[in-house]
Design a binder for this molecule. Structure first.
Ligand SMILES: Cc1cc2nc3c(=O)[nH]c(=O)nc-3n(C[C@H](O)[C@H](O)[C@H](O)COP(=O)(O)OP(=O)(O)OC[C@H]3O[C@@H](n4cnc5c(N)ncnc54)[C@H](O)[C@@H]3O)c2cc1C
Length: 337
């Protein structure tokens, strides 16, 4: 009796088949919707996918956390031809270091990478909703900001073109490459003095350009004199260069000064303003305030790399990202276990 197909069963099964055939779109849409929901819910969203962000992602990926990295592809060192002072990668191209890191990180199946700009984040009861420029929305329990900083280059003609090539910000990153060269420091006050202490160790052919009235104590000026470091106050009109390689400083009074390297550390601002909008506090220097576990002042929000550290280096970005990733995983295991 159970094998007997009744007229009612045939009508019922046929009806179901027909319903399925007649409604392919809603069914597909439903399946897609579910899949999208899964994809759009993350344990951790990392905003910024350069050295710090990728490093945090590796620790989290290896801990089986669902991670989305959102990155707009504008690391601060993108113009510099070679990156130095990061062990195992000394002298490599900055982009290649990041690409290698990305390849290694994306081997972990729970880590996804999305090329986009995060434009907004809103707190929810369970976490955050992140909105991007491409109008995507993602949910997450925790956020890591690995967004770096934006250098506010002075409006001196040629400065931007030489940035990271022959106008350099850090003696540790590029000082060795221009050792013993005719070198300038474009800075004033205590900052210029500190630079002079560091750079004098690398070259004795050193001049300070204050680009306006000098602001040094008597003691500092005496030290410069002792070390044969001239201070030039004339205002700079342009940096003459070839493909970013400095040749000459041209002053507003049309006089010139031959030179091949300049140290300068322009002012900066946070590359991404979302942390501040979420209430994360900044330090006096304009960095995101973090504790030794890279936690910001807002619960469930972490920061690592240049946006939270005065020590700007790839090694430091990688180290702080690694700590952030491990600390978030630690926090999540405590919440879940
Ligand atoms: C010219 C120059 C040369 C340097 N040379 C060296 C060197 O030789 N050796 C060395 O050790 N260090 C060097 N540094 C320092 C080093 O580059 C930085 O310390 C390092 O890049 C910091 O890494 P990060 O991941 O914190 O930030 P970054 O590398 O700056 O990356 C930040 C990332 O976040 C993304 N981002 C920002 N906001 C958003 C958003 N809203 N949505 C999505 N993505 C976003 C950016 O597009 C970028 O990809 C150099 C720096 C400069 C400026």
């Amino acid at each position: 009796m159970s094998n007997k197909i009744t007229r009612r069963k045939i009508i019922k099964q046929g009806g179901l088949a027909l319903t399925a055939l007649a409604l392919p779109f809603p069914l597909i849409a439903f399946t897609k919707f579910n899949r999208m929901t899964d994809i759009k819910n993350f344990d951790v969203i990392i905003i910024g996918g350069s050295y710090a962000g990728l490093s945090a992602a590796m620790a989290l990926g290896r801990s089986l956390r669902n991670v989305l990295i959102i990155d707009s592809g504008l690391p601060c060192n993108r113009q510099t031809p070679h990156s130095q002072n990061f062990i195992t990668q000394d002298g490599e191209k900055p982009f290649e270091i990041a690409e290698k890191a990305k390849k290694q990180v994306l081997k972990y199946e729970t880590v996804k990478f999305h090329n986009d700009i995060a434009v907004n984040a809103k707190k929810t009861t369970n976490g955050f909703i992140i909105t991007t420029q491409k109008a995507e929305e993602f949910l997450t329990k925790k956020i890591v900001f690995a967004t770096g900083v934006k250098d506010l280059k002075p409006e001196i003609n040629g400065f931007a073109a030489c940035w990271g090539i022959s106008v350099i910000h850090c003696p540790y990153c590029h000082g060795y490459e221009v050792k013993n060269e005719k070198t300038g420091i474009l800075a004033n006050g205590n900052f210029a003095y500190h630079y002079a202490q560091l750079v004098h160790n690398l070259t004795k052919d050193l001049t300070i350009f204050t680009n306006g009235k000098a602001d040094f104590t008597g003691e500092q000026s005496a030290k410069f004199k002792q070390r044969n470091i001239a201070v030039i106050e004339k205002e700079i009109s342009l940096l003459k260069h070839q493909n970013g390689k400095l040749q000459q400083i041209v002053f507003k009074d049309h006089s010139t000064f031959d030179i091949t390297a300049i140290y300068s550390r322009p002012a900066f601002e946070q590359h991404c303003k979302i942390p501040e909008a979420l209430g994360c506090e900044l330090t006096e220097q304009g960095l995101l305030q973090v504790d030794m576990f890279q936690k910001t002042t807002v619960e469930n929000i972490f920061a690592c790399g240049d946006n939270a550290s005065p020590m700007r280096s790839v090694a430091n970005a990688v180290a702080s990202g690694n700590i952030a990733g491990a600390m978030i995983n630690n926090m999540m295991t405590e919440e879940e276990f």
